[in-house]
Design a protein around this ligand. Structure first.
Ligand code: ATP
Ligand code: MG
Length: 399
């Protein structure tokens, strides 16, 4: 919002963090300083040099010419719950500020409410201030008060003698600042689920190394292109830490597995991916691997199968979507922005592939260990893992 004479109305952006506030002082201090440095980096990446301050439990970003752009940038920072363009007003000037600006703050609305949040020693309560500010605004603007369902809320945050006034809260992703947790290796296919799983781990503070198992049908590269398109979108959320992206060739292993395993193909294929992911995790200093599996959503992801598959991993396997339904993943993928890229047709020649080309007609839903061991004794697992690792390709420069 700009004033009629084109002068900038808002002073900067006020950002609220969510879960960080619940941490002990020591942990909160560390997380807030990481959060601030991530915010600075997000703006620096766009050539913007901003000032980032922590005031009480808020973060203030100043020095922005384009507040809308600033909100868009800040709305992608993990750890922030919401952000709002704010105007600074001294407590003694609050009344006159409201008289002068009520109509501007309520431009185009028919009802309003005032909400006050207060820290410090004052001779009035938050309710007192809500009533007095509400009274002035109503008198000046002629707009009615509606506490239950206002068209617009005027928020006033009072800290000692400082007031921060804002009206629009833009949602941010919440969670923890990226880098607050250890790195994970995420198995990303480029389909709908695994990018969402990856994003959810980023939201818990984990920097991510993405690993794509490449097994093209014929020579077609469309699934690699789809993966890269998805990786680029996730990169734009991955602010404050280095994102790393690798692919490896999975076709040799898959061809051998498919030849002998039939209904066990998916189970053995997945075990092979986990092994490679664990070795990459070792190189990367990552502490877990991540997948987009959901319990029993497809035949290969029954609990019996996950039990057998897990055993191939030396690290915890995190599955943030375990209780999701497809609709949940789709909704989140749309919000994150990966949905369109994930639903790009993946084709080979003129034939679009529905699902995986190596999928057996009847994948087992009840894998048993003895059978898995028997089948794996017929292939040279170590050699296949070694070949996979020597085909590892760093794709970071393609993003
Ligand atoms: P997605 O939507 O992520 O492709 P999905 O519901 O299609 O998942 P599967 O194809 O059974 O389910 O894959 C389960 C998980 O295995 C994926 O979420 C992903 O973590 C991993 N995965 C599958 N294919 C690949 C691949 N080509 N490269 C890397 N990881 C993969
Ligand atoms: Mg898939």
């Amino acid at each position: 919002m700009n004033s009629a004479d084109g002068e900038k109305f808002w002073d900067g952006i006020l950002a609220a963090y969510g879960e960080i506030a619940l941490k002990s002082d020591r942990v909160r201090g560390r997380f807030v300083s990481k959060l601030k440095s991530n915010i600075r980096e997000a703006f620096a990446a766009r050539g913007l040099d901003v000032r980032v301050r922590h005031r009480w439990s808020r973060i203030l970003v100043d020095g922005l010419d384009d507040i809308d752009l600033g909100c868009r940038v800040a709305s992608r920072i993990f750890g922030l719950k919401y952000i709002a363009p704010y105007r600074y007003v001294g407590l003694n000037d609050l009344e006159s500020f409201m008289r002068d600006n009520a109509s501007k703050l309520l431009d185009g609305v028919e009802s309003f409410a005032v909400r006050v949040r207060r820290t410090g020693m004052h001779s009035f309560t938050s309710r007192d201030l809500e009533r007095s500010v509400g009274g002035i605004v109503k008198e000046v603007s002629g707009i009615r008060v509606d506490l239950d369902n206002p068209d617009r809320t005027i928020y006033v945050e009072v800290h000692d003698s400082e007031c921060y006034v804002y009206t629009d809260r833009v949602e941010a992703p919440g969670g923890l600042p990226l880098g607050a947790s250890s790195r994970v290796v995420s198995l990303v296919s480029g389909g709908i689920d695994s990018p969402v799983a990856t994003w959810l781990m980023m939201k818990r503070g984990c920097p991510v190394t993405m690993l794509f198992a490449y097994f093209p049908f014929g020579g077609d590269e469309s699934d690699l292109r789809r993966f890269l398109a998805v990786a680029r979108i996730l990169r734009d959320w991955h602010i404050g830490e280095e994102i790393r992206v690798y692919s490896y060739r999975h076709d040799n292993a898959l061809k051998e597995i498919r030849r002998l395993a039939d209904g066990y193909t998916c189970v053995l294929c997945r075990r092979m991916m986990y092994r490679v992911a664990c070795r990459v995790a070792e190189m990367e200093g990552a502490k877990a691997i991540v997948t987009g599996e959901n319990l029993a959503q497809v035949a290969s992801q029954t609990l019996d199968n996950l039990y057998v598959v897990d055993e191939a991993s030396t690290l915890p396997v995190l599955r943030p979507l375990i209780g999701f339904e497809k609709e949940d993943s789709v909704r989140m993928a749309r919000m994150i922005g990966t949905y369109e890229a994930s639903t790009m047709p993946v084709s080979s020649g003129c034939r679009p592939i529905k699902g995986c080309w190596a999928r057996p007609r009847k994948p087992t839903t009840r894998a048993i260990f003895d059978r898995v061991r028997e089948l794996e004794s017929m292939i040279d697992v170590d050699r296949l893992v070694g070949e996979a690792l020597s085909s590892l390709r760093d794709l970071s420069n393609l993003l």
